[in-house]
Design a protein around this ligand. Structure first.
Ligand code: SF4
Length: 484
């Protein structure tokens, strides 16, 4: 990929900033929603009941605006490649090809193929690479989150913070989901891991662990997506969390703010968030919402309204953690458009862009570390410093590292080497955890010919070595659990 930036003649700058008014695209342009009223659209029940879950439902919605070629392409992907099942709320569906005016049969096909949100929410077989569809080092749980579970669903990777996966579902499923191992329904390719504990027991175990682990001060309350947890249960968990003296930061992780803002606009939810935020403020705890959007087209007036409701309810901030994806946003202008749309239109703070993780069948989305570094360079200087997102690589067994922080980089084989300054929860006795390096791998198709040749010769062997390492890690984890 080359990241070129043309100069805008009117400003003389590579990026021509322009404030853009938010618009809710007209959903009646899709034949299946031609009679849907504004009242239906605002209803979270209507939205959830009309999610697109399979090719048949997509066809009923779009009809012959899209050629059979696309539906066949999608069906093949669902059967042979998809790591996530389909689930697209109408709100999110409506942000695809937002300016399309229906013409004749098949008239939307090419625009639909090219659409950035379609590209990550409805991946098709022809999107994926056929040379290296998966990197030899790709794994189902590429960040090894459940290797680091302190209790079921509670990942303790960093010294002072934990990730609480309360539930394994979301109101929408993103094709590139890093938690594809656990989140969503099984697909023909991926049989999902299932939590074994009862939800109440799991949550109780998490709270007990946090009570007896005073060095943890920060909890990301996630899933899945917390919007799928009935509000009274989520509020009860948050209230219990706020009673633990060592917890000083809480972040609620929900892409639904973008994909299903109707959820966060429900009066009972807004009232509940107000109660929790008031309690947090009284106890001197910061509570914020972290959302996930990857493209400017996702930011509509309803998203801005839901964000406003959350800020008015007393949350300290609403921040965005996007994912850097080819075909969606791996371009300086697309990233800056999104950041300005978030800031100007919705008062959402651009925070991180993660490099797409090394999960199976993700190579067509991933970019190299070198390209991520170039993108970071190109987006500097336009946004306020506090709102300039860091592009980060989530390095297996390390955690988030800014893309310029690597220790060494073999650009021929696309292997970057990273260090860390703490032990994860599975390395308490490791002597070299903080002196050794950890690898991250660029997509092979981005490498020079010599590097591609090297992988052609060694890719299979590397894969076996990786499997052996995974088995060794699983035994270590089992031994650690038995020792508890
Ligand atoms: S909302 Fe988050 S957890 Fe859910 S599918 Fe998308 S990326 Fe995965």
């Amino acid at each position: 990929m080359s990241i070129e930036t043309a100069i805008d003649l009117s400003t003389g700058q590579p990026y021509p900033y322009q404030r853009v008014d938010l618009v809710e695209p007209d959903w009646t342009r899709f034949p299946g929603w031609s009679g849907v009223t504004a009242q239906d659209w605002a209803s979270v029940q209507w939205q959830r009941a009309h999610c697109v879950k399979n090719t048949k439902q997509l066809r009923e919605l779009l009809g012959d605006l899209v050629d059979d070629r696309f539906y066949d392409d999608l069906e093949r992907d669902q059967n042979e490649r998809a790591t996530m099942s389909m689930l697209i709320p109408p709100q999110m569906m409506n942000t695809m090809v937002p300016h399309f005016s229906p013409g004749g049969a098949g008239s939307m096909t090419e625009e639909f193929y090219a659409d950035p949100i379609r590209h990550y929410m409805i991946p098709v077989f022809s999107d994926r690479r056929t040379d290296w569809a998966s990197h030899p080092h790709s794994t189902r749980d590429s960040l090894h989150e459940h290797d680091m579970w302190a209790t079921e669903g509670l990942t303790h990777r960093y010294p002072t913070k934990v990730l609480a996966e309360l539930l394994p579902t979301c109101p929408q499923y993103c094709g590139h989901c890093t938690r594809m191992d656990l989140v969503g329904n099984s697909t023909p390719v991926i049989d999902k891991l299932k939590f074994t504990g009862k939800p109440a027991d799991r949550v109780g175990d998490m709270l007990d662990y946090l009570r007896r682990t005073p060095q943890v001060r920060d909890v990301v309350v996630s899933g899945g997506d917390v919007a799928n947890m009935p509000w009274p249960r989520l509020e009860a968990f948050l209230t219990d969390l706020l009673e633990i003296e060592n917890i000083r930061d809480i972040r609620l992780a929900t892409k639904a703010l973008i994909g299903l803002p109707q959820h966060w606009l429900q009066p009972e939810v807004v009232e509940g968030v107000t109660r929790v935020a008031t309690l947090a403020r009284a106890r001197g705890v910061s509570i914020a919402m972290h959302t996930h959007t990857n493209h400017a087209n996702s930011i509509t007036p309803l998203v801005a309204e839901a964000t406003r409701a959350m800020l008015d309810a007393g949350l300290r901030d609403v921040r965005n953690q996007g994912v850097l994806l080819n075909g969606v946003n791996a371009d300086p202008n697309a990233l800056l458009d999104l950041c300005f749309r978030l800031l100007d239109g919705a008062q959402i703070m651009p925070y991180y862009f993660y490099m797409c993780d090394m999960i199976p069948y993700s190579e067509h989305w991933r970019v190299s570390v070198a390209d991520a570094q170039r993108l970071q360079h190109h987006i500097m200087g336009y946004l306020p410093g506090f709102a300039t997102p860091r592009i980060v690589c989530d390095v297996p067994f390390v955690g988030k590292r800014w893309v310029h922080q690597l220790a060494e980089y073999d650009t021929e084989r696309g292997i970057s080497y990273w260090t860390k300054n703490y032990r994860t929860s599975i390395e308490a006795t490791s002597e070299d955890a903080m002196s050794r390096t950890y690898e991250y791998y660029d997509p092979i198709h981005t490498l020079p010919a010599e590097g591609q040749q090297w992988w052609a010769e060694h890719g299979g062997l590397e894969q076996s070595a990786l499997k052996a390492a995974e088995v060794a890690l699983a035994s270590r984890r089992l031994a650690a659990l038995q020792a508890h």
